[in-house]
Design a protein around this ligand. Structure first.
Ligand code: FAD
Length: 285
């Protein structure tokens, strides 16, 4: 099927983009980034935006930089940019491992990191990374600029705190201390499919005990989130099999799993426990 008719705009600057969005967003106009989610939705006529504001001509939005302890990812930085580490240390390595689970290579050459965040699929790997690491999203509109923390940004499946006329200009992620241990685990039916469940775990060790644990779950509930109960179960303990199992069980006990054609609640809960356990085992190894 072909998309419904729309008017195409290709601004050259961020200022022009936000001015345009101020005009066309109230009528349903949308930002076009990589088009890897929006274009199929339009082709199926699940989305019928009367205006598309293509941000791909704006060179500054493609930048990725690591300075002052922060990795800044611009709005048009592609998934494929993360195949090789974009920063020294654990964050670059983590993102380089995670990106291999995002769709397939052709999609990764076009789709964008920030587009994934704005799309807010609960099973998006980048949404999990942003939620677990406490990323900050920078949004701009004619009203000005604001920063939105991840725990407020992801409201529910495909729903974010972005206003309709706001452009997500960049996402800011904290660089990780060199001794940060991390592990990621995802279960999907086929390579490149969206995850049925996935977990990201990070911690450091001080005198053999876990400090600063961060445990995130994605694909299980309507939005990715950190599991406070699992983190509490791990904090201050050695990362031995009993503590890792206790943290995984705590995560599973507190989830309210989504139900869809691929998994019922009991299966997703079990997957959540296994994903957290394996992510923690990888971090501890
Ligand atoms: P677009 O499709 O251009 O936009 C998506 C939505 O976000 C639109 O509503 C758009 O208006 C909005 N938007 C985009 N950028 C901005 C911005 N800067 N400011 C405000 N709004 C914005 N993703 C995964 O995470 N994991 C997977 O396993 C996975 N598998 C896939 C498999 C297939 C077959 C396909 C087609 C896609 C898959 N995807 C997967 C989705 C892919 O990662 C998309 O690239 C991503 O969801 C959206 O990024 P985009 O740049 O293509 O955004």
């Amino acid at each position: 099927m072909k998309p419904a008719p729309f008017e195409y705009h290709a601004p050259d600057t961020v200022a022009e983009t936000v001015a345009l969005l101020g005009e066309v967003a109230p009528e349903g106009g949308r930002v076009l980034a990589g088009g890897q989610s929006l274009a199929p939705a339009m082709a199926f006529r699940l989305a019928r935006p009367p205006h598309l504001v293509d941000i791909n001509r704006i060179a500054e939005l493609g930048r990725i930089s690591a300075t002052d302890g922060v990795l800044t990812v611009g709005a048009t930085a592609r998934h494929a940019a993360f195949h090789d580490p974009v920063a020294a240390g654990p964050l670059g390595a983590l993102m380089s491992a995670v990106v291999r689970h995002v769709a397939h290579l052709p999609i990764r050459t076009r789709g964008t990191f920030c587009g994934s965040l704005a799309h807010a699929d609960p099973a998006s790997e980048w949404c999990l990374v942003a939620a677990t690491l406490g990323a900050e999203m920078t949004a701009r509109s004619v009203a000005g600029r604001r920063s939105i923390p991840a725990e407020q940004f992801f409201e529910w499946a495909m729903v974010t705190a972005l206003a309709e006329d706001e452009l997500l200009v960049a996402a800011r992620l904290p660089l990780l201390a060199p001794d940060t241990r991390w592990g990621f685990c995802e279960f999907s039916r086929r390579a490149g499919d969206y995850a049925l469940a996935m977990a990201l775990a990070l911690f450091r060790l001080k005198d053999g005990a876990v400090v600063e644990p961060r445990i995130g779950l994605g694909g299980v509930e309507g939005r990715p989130r950190r599991c406070a109960e699992a983190e509490a179960a791990l904090l201050g303990r050695p990362p031995d099999p009993a503590s890792l199992a206790a943290a995984a069980a705590a995560a599973a006990a507190t989830v309210d799993p989504m139900v869809d054609g691929q998994a019922d609640a009991a299966y997703r809960r079990e997957l959540a426990e296994v994903m957290v356990l394996r992510a923690l085992q990888r971090a501890a190894a």
